[in-house]
Design a protein around this ligand. Structure first.
Ligand SMILES: Nc1ncnc2c1ncn2[C@@H]1O[C@H](COP(=O)(O)OP(=O)(O)OP(=O)(O)O)[C@@H](O)[C@H]1O
Length: 273
């Protein structure tokens, strides 16, 4: 752990959820345009689900929301992403600030397998240059594992390796690790696709419990999951030879119960994709 005096101290309590606003976001890989002017408001303290067939640009859009897209060679983008009204791509904005405020959980649970459960949770602090003393770390580990719905299962074995947990527990450990840097938004890219139904349910419960504390944006192929966990839903589609875009977005109850566009109705009913 770095103790450099310039490093920010770990905040004592969770931050409040923040809004994200994508404005006319387009994206390319080389000359291949994969998103066309996507505009979407992701309200603070709500779960927004991104749904749509494979290849329509959902993951690309998600990566743009915390500046991960720009790490891919030949990747480009246009448009704005407003975090509480401020463009994360504005000149002078630091990549590390976007990453600290906007965390990410990936499809496949990726804890550091040989590192202890405890050290996995605090690992994010080091990566984002935040300093914390032992007591602060102890408190943070308990709090984040509790928020991720894992504390009761691991409280007696915090020194065991993260890799020894089940897949569902590993994913909740990754959520705890992401929460340890106090993000105000959490992006989740198909977080349950590698999990069995019981673990999936547990992670879904965790997402619902977190929602009032951190804004969640989740990509999912599972329509039931989108309906269960989200309040807002955006349906992405890339029609033959065209870049992906949003066909329809709004309250999840409307997208599933009263979609305005026939393509949305067909997709949520499982008639394609
Ligand atoms: N690293 C990359 N290099 C080049 N093209 C890419 C890269 N990543 C994605 N693409 C292309 O961008 C388009 C959108 O992909 P993306 O993964 O964002 O879609 P998706 O809707 O998330 O798909 P899935 O549901 O299968 O994960 C696809 O045509 C894909 O081939």
């Amino acid at each position: 752990m770095t103790t450099a005096t310039t490093a920010p101290a770990a905040p004592a309590s969770p931050a409040s959820p923040a809004s994200l606003d994508a404005r006319a976001v387009s994206a390319w890989f080389g000359t291949h345009k994969v998103l066309e002017r996507v505009t979407l408001n992701m309200p603070a303290g709500q779960v927004t689900a991104l749904i749509g067939p494979s290849g329509c640009g959902k993951s690309t859009f998600l990566r743009i929301l915390n500046r991960m897209h720009e790490l891919i060679p030949a990747a480009q983008l246009a448009g704005e992403v407003l975090f509480e009204g401020e463009d994360i791509y504005a000149p002078g904005r630091r990549l590390t600030d976007a990453r600290r405020h906007i965390g990410m959980v990936f499809q496949k649970p990726n804890p550091f397998p040989a590192m202890s459960i405890y050290d996995n949770v605090v690992a994010g602090l080091r990566l984002t240059g935040v300093r914390a003393n032992r007591q602060t770390k102890d408190d943070l580990v308990q709090e984040c594992l509790s928020r991720a719905g894992l504390w009761k299962e691991v409280r007696d074995r915090l020194r065991q390796p993260g890799g020894a947990l089940s897949g569902g527990q590993q994913q909740r450990l990754c959520i705890a690790r992401a929460l340890a840097v106090r993000p105000r938004v959490l992006l989740m890219d198909e977080p349950c696709s590698a999990l069995d139904p019981t673990s999936t349910r547990r992670v879904e419960e965790t997402i619902q419990e977190l929602a009032s504390e951190v804004t969640v944006v989740i990509v999912t192929h599972n329509m039931q999951q989108a309906a269960r966990v989200s309040q807002q839903c955006a349906f992405f589609l890339a029609e033959q030879g065209t870049p992906g875009g949003i066909v329809e977005h709004g309250p999840t109850t409307d997208i599933f119960g009263a979609p305005k566009d026939d393509r949305t109705a067909d997709y949520v009913a499982g008639r394609f994709g």
